[in-house]
Ligand binder design. Sequence first.
Ligand code: JB3
Length: 212
Amino acid sequence: MKSKPVVIIGAGGHAKVLIDALLLMRVKVLGILDPDPLLTGTRLLGCRVLGNDELLADYSPEDVALVNAIGSVSLPRLRTDIFFRFRQQGFSFRRVIHSSSAVSQHAQCAEGVQVMAGAVIQAGAQIDENVIVNTRASIDHDCKISAHSHIAPGVTMSGGVLVGAGCHIGSGATLIQGVSVGEGAVVAAGAVVVCDIPPGAKVMGVPAKVVK
Ligand code: JB3
């Protein structure tokens, strides 16, 4: 069955990386929506910025799928809000899996999951909806990444790690096997996590310690 063409939400840096992956997947991109009026009419990797989110009314959920291109560094909540707002309107979010990533056929990726170039997801891993597994991140066997979390470039996660919903795991962080990261926690770039992290905490350093 032919896949639906997509409309992309957001025209920033993350959108560029997603469009690159979508073009390799031979998915048709109808256009990009962004509230910044200065972007309307411009192009990102050849795809046109059409205007703001009101234009979605021109499309039917039957005919198009969405791609959530809101990243999660400065606007973590917005990515989640966009996901729920448009799903409530009946739209679905397409999975984007870069052709150079290695996703085990025994791993599960839910709606709207984005796996970027060079990422590895091993057998038994479960990646929940709207999660970003960014460039060259490695998620080992039996990890569970809950919804709306961002696993930044170069993260290394050993087996059986649990990450709660809405977490940010910063670039290059390492999490040893079996640790849990509570909902909404932030792991700073380069941190090495060797024990469980409570919900909402911010940790940094080697070994990682709670700073907030
Ligand atoms: O770390 C990496 C590899 N990537 C980061 C990514 C995960 O998160 C990247 O470096 C950035 O830190 C961030 O990427 P993102 O979200 O593309 O950030 P930015 O370049 O700031 O673009 C956000 C875009 O979303 C802007 O053009 C905003 O105008 C747009 N935007 C904001 N609110 C919105 C809305 N777009 C739509 N359609 N609807 C909104 O409500």
